[in-house]
Design a protein around this ligand. Sequence first.
Ligand code: NAD
Length: 281
Amino acid sequence: MTQIIDGKQISKELKDELKEKVTAYRAQGIEITLAVIQVGNDKASSVYVGNKKKACEYIGIHSLSYELEEHTTEDELLDLIRRLNGDDKVNGILVQLPLPKHINEDKVIETIDAKKDVDGFHPMSVGALSIGKKGFISCTPYGIIELLKRSGTDIEGKECVVIGRSNIVGKPMSMLLLRENATVTVAHSHTKNLKEVAKRADILIVAVGKPLFINHEYVKEGAIVIDVGIHRDENNKLCGDVDYEDVFPHVSAITPVPGGVGPMTIAMLMKNCVNAVEIQK
Ligand code: NAD
């Protein structure tokens, strides 16, 4: 029978564990603070920011909110980040992406103090991950490892295929799987014979950004499929990069959309905020 990997439930368990940890820190006089910066009022970004603040509230992390006008200059944003870098009370700094076109995202990410980079996007964090050092890890792939482990999947020695090589999902995903001793293949838009490559996978991780792109022809019988994609179909219903109905009878486990990877991303952001206390010691 196919197992549905329940990201909602697993993220709830994780958030409850983090809540306990935060309470224990508070008893030692340690308060955790996350600064959340949003530039402009992109609707989707506002929803994400709202959900992040709600998660902070649930866990007991103090959140500072900076809602900046769309026409905020790059210098103004960088000045705010530098101020927060220098504020000892702030443990984590998150700048909601995407930013308006006149602001250079790379410059913004690189200005955040690597010790407060709770999104795990800073080159120092990425470098630390690639050489197995302590540091912040990009929340979505970090959450996928947690989903696999907590749903009882042994990753060691498994053939893992990651479709997608973005800086925030595909690349860190491949590094994390390597860290777990998997054999990892990264496929992308230039990969030849994608179906054959994907069919090698015991664990197939799909982050292509194309709705319903993967059907059963890409999946080995009995594989575990993790769907990172999130889209709205023509009926405004949420769907992933994987054609869930088509793939379901062929796999041993799969994440649904919604309720799979999505809830884990925010839970792992909270975990990074809690980890910040140790990283900043
Ligand atoms: P991206 O667009 O940056 O990267 C997509 C990757 O897919 C690229 O590396 C590209 O090479 C590869 N690709 C594109 N077409 C391909 C093809 N035909 N064959 C093989 N590979 C192909 O996207 P991303 O930021 O990595 O996000 C991927 C998806 O995951 C999106 O739908 C995004 O919305 C979703 N996402 C979800 C969460 C979450 O929390 N659930 C977080 C981040 C991203």
